[in-house]
Design a protein around this ligand. Structure first.
Ligand code: SAM
Length: 212
């Protein structure tokens, strides 16, 4: 049943413009229902964001697919994710063959999701902390994906991106943002593409928003 529903979701995402076959295969394989609270399972394959507790959400599948497509992950790439949340995005990246480093600022969510990774056998280097300062120890990263909305582009993330790497990050106000895709051309030169209009929970921390 859930396999059929996943295929329906893949078709929906394809119709909405997702064309990367590897990304579609990942969405068609990873069981989203494992990453959401039991009370939400009936909505697992609707193309909507869902609450995961602690005022946080698992992103809409279209958004996950779009960001992953823009990140252009290749087998063996070292990817930093800021905002582990439910772990679904990290699972998609791991499925694509990335070495995933993921940071979560909410301690309870961090513990819960690390347990889930263990249970499902998903290999993610997870860390509790403020992702706006990146993870210097493992830099540079071939790609960085930020899954919460930021007021600006954190400097440390630009620094920790490898040359030719991509940084995908929602930037804008607290409620709505545009998706920025930065490609690092050289140590201090970036190409920027902007895709309007997305709605993420706020990125907190040193270079993010203040907690309300
Ligand atoms: N990638 C997640 C998923 O697949 O479920 C999306 C989770 S949600 C949209 C964004 C997450 O970013 C939340 O869990 C929130 O606690 C986290 N977050 C916010 N600011 C952060 C920061 N500075 N560092 C790390 N995580 C942060």
């Amino acid at each position: 049943m859930s396999r059929y529903q996943r295929q329906q979701l893949v078709e929906t995402l394809h119709k909405k413009g997702i064309t990367d076959e590897r990304v579609l295969k990942a969405i068609g394989t990873i069981e989203r229902e494992k990453f959401i609270p039991p009370t939400m399972v009936h909505n697992a394959y609707k193309d909507i964001a869902l609450p995961i507790g602690y005022e946080q959400t698992i992103s809409q599948p279209y958004t996950v697919a779009f960001m992953t497509e823009k990140l252009n992950v290749k087998e063996g790439d070292k990817i930093l994710e800021v905002g582990t949340g439910s772990g679904y995005q990290a699972a998609i990246l791991e499925f694509l063959g990335a070495k995933v480093y993921s940071i979560e600022i909410n301690l309870e969510l961090y513990h819960r999701t690390v347990k889930l990774f263990d249970k499902l056998g998903i290999r993610v280097h997870a860390k509790y902390g403020d992702g706006t300062i990146g993870w210097a120890e493992y830099a540079p990263f071939d790609g960085i994906i930020v899954t919460a909305g930021s007021p600006s582009i954190p400097q440390k993330l630009k620094e920790q991106l490898a040359v030719c790497g991509r940084l995908v990050i929602p930037v804008g106000g607290r409620d709505y943002q545009d998706l920025y895709v930065l490609t690092k051309l050289s140590e201090n030169e970036f190409k920027t593409e902007i895709y309007p209009r997305f709605a993420f929970v706020p990125l907190l921390g040193k270079e993010g928003w203040e907690k309300k």
